[in-house]
Design a protein. Structure first.
Length: 423
């Protein structure tokens, strides 16, 4: 029964494909339930971020095609439309992949720390929904431990590189003096909070936080001396924004072309720099065609991000060594499970033999037989019964020339005898 992961990420699929396969927080539990109802799927975790959608399963080997079909059907897309962008990993590949993902080694921004929190949230959601068991629980806990070791033992997280950092760096290139600019942040999650922190540290003139839940917008705004508004107030305030950074979990765009056009008229051709970090997109794709709009998506940020990665490359090599070692550790644990059932059956068989012989010995005592005779019977009979089958199989192996079995028995019983002269 293998570990499986089916998914796509920023290296295999453009945002136009990724946004069609996202699992928002409102549908994730239903998706997990639907997935584990598929034949052969026993445990599942779904990881869905702006840069990746991945379905982790502990399932029967034949579940690969079924899971691929399920992914397409659940999102109402044709399988042939997404197949070129999907990757499938099994067993060891799954282990190494998840450890790399949790450690930030598979991220758009090498070593970024946000992904670990996202992986933890994905696992917790699946666990709370009752969709994880012994295998995926152990795997994800192992991934969390590995990611912590990577952070502790390497310098991969030392440089302040993130999507939010890249967005603000780009804004600094476009606007020489951020102190004269107003930034509107749409959303109130971790990425927006990071963007607010970077903007504040770079002396931006004003920050407006827009969020569906006004209380959360106010909470974030208070940290940075910003103003808080609801999403419905964006059209009335957009003309004041020189910089717009959007990152929500909305399944539909927050900013449409018409709203942006109206804001541009009020600004009298003063440009707006926009960064849409969300997947699905928060800003309609057609907005890019408007004059005086500089619209970037997460994919467009890659060039900015690459320039900040040099210091992390050496650390990444060290991190991959840790991942390889920890993957081997987990694989060894998985292999040890193969022996568990065998050991349990062997102990159960030995226990049954012990109980049978003990019952006969107790009856001998009850019938007046001397204790010494009953004990001798118990020891001799128990020894004979326990050794009968192994001895018969060893004689058979010797007769058939099955030397590998004889060598295995020698190692198993630690007899220290060679085979020569022992037929």
């Amino acid at each position: 029964m293998p570990l499986l992961v089916i998914g796509l990420n920023h290296t295999t699929a453009p945002v136009s494909i990724r946004e069609r396969l996202t699992f928002g927080p409102d549908i994730i539990v239903a998706a997990l339930r639907s997935l584990t109802e598929q034949p052969g799927v026993h445990e599942a975790v779904i990881l869905s971020t702006c840069n990746r959608t991945e379905v982790y399963c502990f399932a029967d080997a034949e579940a690969i095609d079924a899971n691929r079909n399920w992914l397409a059907k659940f999102h109402g897309v044709a399988l042939e439309d997404i197949t070129p962008y999907l990757y499938v990993h099994e067993e060891r590949q799954v282990i190494e992949h998840l450890l790399c993902v949790a450690s930030g080694l598979d991220s758009l921004i090498l070593g970024e720390p946000q992904i670990l929190g996202q992986v933890k949230n994905a696992f917790q959601t699946a666990s709370d929904a009752g969709r994880t068991g012994k295998m995926l629980t152990r795997l994800f806990q192992h991934a969390f431990t590995t990611a912590k070791q990577v952070r502790t033992d390497t310098a991969i997280g030392d440089s302040p590189v993130s999507v939010a950092f890249a967005a603000v760096s780009l804004a600094r290139q476009i606007f020489a003096d951020l102190s004269q600019q107003t930034a509107m942040l749409i959303g109130a999650g971790e990425t927006v909070e990071l963007a607010a922190r970077h903007l504040s540290q770079n002396g931006v003139g004003r920050i407006i936080v827009a969020n569906r839940t006004i209380a959360r917008a106010q909470e974030l705004a208070q940290q940075f001396g910003a103003d808080a508004i609801s999403l419905t107030e964006i059209p009335a305030n957009l003309a004041a924004a020189d910089i717009v950074i959007a990152s929500t979990a909305s399944p539909v765009p927050i900013l449409g072309k018409g709203t942006v056009e109206s804001a541009l008229k009020k600004r009298r051709r003063r440009p707006i720099f926009m960064v849409d970090i969300a997947v699905p997109r928060d800003i309609e794709a057609e907005v890019v065609n408007l004059e005086d709009i500089y619209l970037y998506t997460v994919d467009d940020l890659e060039e900015v991000i690459q320039s900040n990665l040099r210091s992390r490359q050496e650390a990444a090599g060290q991190a991959r060594e840790i991942v390889t070692f920890q993957a081997n550790e987990f694989l060894a644990w998985m292999r040890s499970l193969d022996a568990v059932g065998l050991i349990q059956d062997y102990r159960r068989q030995a226990g049954d033999i012990r109980d049978q012989v003990l019952t006969k010995a107790l009856r001998m005592l009850e019938s007046g037989k001397p204790p010494e005779e009953a004990m001798a019977f118990l020891a001799q009979t128990l020894t004979n019964k326990l050794l009968h089958t192994p001895s018969a199989k060893l004689r058979e192996a010797s007769s058939n020339g099955q030397h590998e079995l004889l060598e295995a028995a020698n190692a198993l019983f630690q007899l220290g005898h060679g085979q020569s002269g022992h037929d």
